[in-house]
Ligand binder design. Structure first.
Ligand SMILES: Nc1ncnc2c1ncn2[C@@H]1O[C@H](COP(=O)(O)OP(=O)(O)O)[C@@H](O)[C@H]1O
Ligand SMILES: [Mg+2]
Length: 358
């Protein structure tokens, strides 16, 4: 078989770019030319990050692909370039065998009809379901207070046996209120009031309150990089994030408990490119690592969606709130989970000097 590179290259049915060791575009296939609305000639030799805006930490991805010499898949990101509107793509980055530093980037635009499109539709309906649920939550809480108040009054004249029933009414009412409170948290989420914050203070507070409450049977270790500069976040909201993650890790462990590690470190490689071309560095890394059973495989891809829960009494709102808060902060959260090791990693910006001085 003697196929030429050109023939093969033009046959790839999705937009493909060949990236050189200098992160510049070495080749673009015809589909990529059409997709990016630019000729291969205009693309060649240009730093890929100047031509492509991908809403994912691309530099970090490149670094990992080169380091591990293994392909990487980034699903469901906005890709834009030139003057085209962002298109949702699944991006694959693969090392080129035998060509040190070269990589192949394939961008597969997502079809509305594909499975992922359905996920999008679910997302959208979940979003409107949240709005609806917020309204309902508000409306239900008042009569609920009436019901549990009436049950308490009723219980006064009752026998011990019958009181068990009124107690049950009160307890269940409380449970509903707790659920509604969680739903309302979404609606009440203000834009973050950001300030320079020592991330270790927040993590320490979260750990302490975990250990006197839901995490009492967990061993929680801190592994902090003391040289980390201040981050730029809303302290209350970020505390909520850490509490939710510690709570999930504690709930995932079996009755005998488990171990959680809270790790912080600096990693300059992570940078989020937005589709408008702007980018912000997210060098502060926080990892919450547990040794529990891992995410249930059937929901692993959707745990950040509202109402997705793998637990009997779960609301599925904990991680949805986490993800909302992190994205309101222009941060980034990922999860990497196998049985015995689940890592939630949050990447945050450094406080600008003006805020750090204040
Ligand atoms: N650390 C973890 N280990 C294993 N599974 C987890 C972990 N964190 C989250 N999950 C899974 O993700 C689901 C969604 O979490 P969350 O959004 O907080 O909702 P909830 O806790 O109410 O179920 C959980 O029900 C659980 O199945
Ligand atoms: Mg939870």
């Amino acid at each position: 078989m003697s196929l030429s590179f050109e023939t093969l290259w033009s046959s790839i049915p999705v937009p493909a770019l060949l990236i050189g060791p200098d992160d510049c575009i070495a080749e673009a296939n015809p589909v990529a030319e059409a997709f990016l609305n630019m000729s291969a000639r205009a693309l060649r030799g240009v730093p890929v990050l100047d031509r492509l805006a991908i809403d994912a930490p691309l530099e970090e991805a490149f670094r990992r692909v080169r380091r591990d010499q293994a392909p990487m898949f980034i699903n469901n990101v906005d890709v834009s370039g030139g003057n085209m509107a962002p298109v949702q793509c699944n991006v694959q980055i693969a090392p080129v065998t035998g060509e040190v530093g070269h990589m192949l980037v394939l961008m597969e635009p997502r079809q509305i009809a594909d499975r992922l499109g359905q996920v999008l539709a679910v997302k959208k309906s979940a979003r409107s379901a949240i709005g609806m649920a917020e309204m309902l939550a508000h409306e239900i809480k008042n009569p609920l207070a009436g019901i549990s108040g009436a049950a308490q009054l009723l219980s006064m004249g009752l026998s011990h046996e019958d009181q068990e029933m009124t107690d049950l009414i009160v307890v269940e009412c409380h449970r509903i209120v707790a659920l509604l409170d969680q739903v309302e948290q979404f609606g009440n989420l203000r834009p973050p009031a950001r300030a320079a914050v020592n991330i270790h203070d927040l993590l320490d507070r979260a750990r302490k309150s975990a250990q006197v409450g839901f995490g009492a049977n967990m061993a929680i270790h801190e592994q902090f990089d003391p040289s980390l500069p201040a981050t730029f976040v809303d302290g209350d909201q970020m505390l909520q994030v850490f509490l939710n993650l510690l709570k999930n890790a504690s709930e995932a462990a079996d009755a005998t408990g488990g171990t959680i590690r809270i790790r912080t470190f600096y990693d300059l490689g992570l940078r989020l490119r937005r589709s408008d071309g702007s980018g912000n560095a997210l060098p502060l890394q926080v990892e919450i690592i547990d040794d529990g059973p891992g995410l249930p495989p059937e929901i692993a891809g959707d745990v950040f969606e509202p109402f997705v829960s793998g637990r009997d009494n779960g609301t599925g709102l904990g991680l949805a709130l986490v993800s909302k808060i992190i994205s309101d902060h222009d941060g980034y959260i990922t999860v990497d989970s196998t049985p015995g090791k689940t890592v939630f990693r949050i990447s945050l910006p450094v406080a600008p000097r003006s805020a750090a001085d204040a």
